[in-house]
Structure formats: structure tokens, C-alpha cells
Ligand binder design. Structure first.
Ligand code: ADP
Length: 152
């Protein structure tokens, strides 16, 4: 019995697995959709975070469960308020690219204390930089990977 310590083997694995291999399907909503529609989407799609996109599909923000709860418990008319008004917006979003490792993604989730990261492809359009959402990495994604790697 020889070779590397178990710790190195695990580290090597999670650093070699790319976000592209583990990413899940993202749920997106248009910037102009109402908070009410966002809440309905959250239930229908069974997710905790919605990514907010412009008409052309580029990422502009996201809303979490608590963002929606916060506005819903106030006196606001959630049928009239667009998600674009309450979302966390670019450039404040923590994102990952498909080429980054599973470890990088997990590190960002821990460091920034968030549940979900949009996986983005960065595209240059003229002098504008656009972020196309191609997936998501969430705490669930990382837990599934953990279970997979732990299999005997
Ligand atoms: P919840 O609010 O349901 O606990 P999170 O912990 O993910 O879910 O979100 C906490 C706050 O951080 C929210 O205001 C949310 O908009 C914001 N947030 C969530 N994910 C990200 C992210 N990837 N980048 C930047 N901000 C985020």
C-alpha cells in the first residue's frame, strides 16, 4: 500500500472537476416580471434562486428566497413591483465560468455566504460585455458531488 495521502487525492479530484461537468439547469426570469410572478416561479420550478435576465437573455441580477420574502411581508403591491427593482444586480453578482473547478465554486459559495452561483459565459458585443447564463452551481450541486465522490 503506497501512494498519496487521501487528502491529496480528494483535493486533486475536486480541483480537476470543472463547473461545466457539475452545473445544474438555471431558472431565469425577465427583469420586468413582477415579484408575484417570481414567487410563483420559485414554487413551480422548485428552486431557491432565480436569475434575472434582459430581453436578449443576458444576466442582470438575481433574486433569492429572502429577497422575495422581504418585499412580500411589507405593504408593497407585489403584482406591480418588477423583480428588477429588488434584485441583487451586476456588477455585484458572484459568478463562475464553466472552466473553473468545483472547488473554486464551492469556495465562492462559502466565502460570500450565498446559496447559488450563476454559471456564465462572458461575451463581448461591441464595447459591451454580456453574461450569458449557461447553468448554476448551488449548495445542492456541491452536496451531490460530495455524495458522488464519497461512494465506495
Ligand atoms: P437567501 O436570501 O434565501 O438566504 P442567499 O443566502 O443565497 O439566499 O442570498 C442572500 C443574499 O445574497 C440575497 O440578498 C441575494 O440576493 C444575494 N445573493 C445570492 N446569491 C448571490 C450571488 N451569487 N452573488 C451575489 N449576491 C447573491
Amino acid at each position: 500500500f503506497s501512494g498519496k495521502p487521501a487528502r491529496n487525492i480528494i483535493s486533486e479530484k475536486i480541483n480537476n472537476i470543472k463547473v461545466d461537468e457539475i452545473k445544474a439547469v438555471p431558472v431565469v426570469i425577465k427583469e420586468g416580471s413582477s415579484v408575484y410572478d417570481a414567487i410563483v416561479t420559485l414554487f413551480l420550478e422548485d428552486v431557491g434562486t432565480l436569475f434575472v435576465v434582459q430581453e436578449d437573455g443576458s444576466l442582470v441580477g438575481l433574486v433569492s428566497r429572502k429577497d422575495l420574502l422581504k418585499i412580500a411581508i411589507g405593504n408593497a403591491d407585489i403584482h406591480k413591483i418588477p423583480v428588477g427593482v429588488i434584485m441583487t444586480r451586476m456588477p455585484n453578482l458572484i459568478t463562475v465560468t464553466p472552466e473553473e473547478s468545483a472547488y473554486d465554486a464551492a469556495q465562492k459559495i462559502v466565502d460570500h455566504q450565498v446559496d447559488a452561483l450563476p454559471v456564465v459565459k462572458i461575451e463581448q458585443e461591441g464595447d459591451k460585455i454580456k453574461y450569458r447564463v449557461v447553468g448554476k452551481v448551488t449548495k445542492t450541486t456541491i452536496t451531490k458531488l460530495f455524495v458522488e465522490l464519497g461512494k465506495a
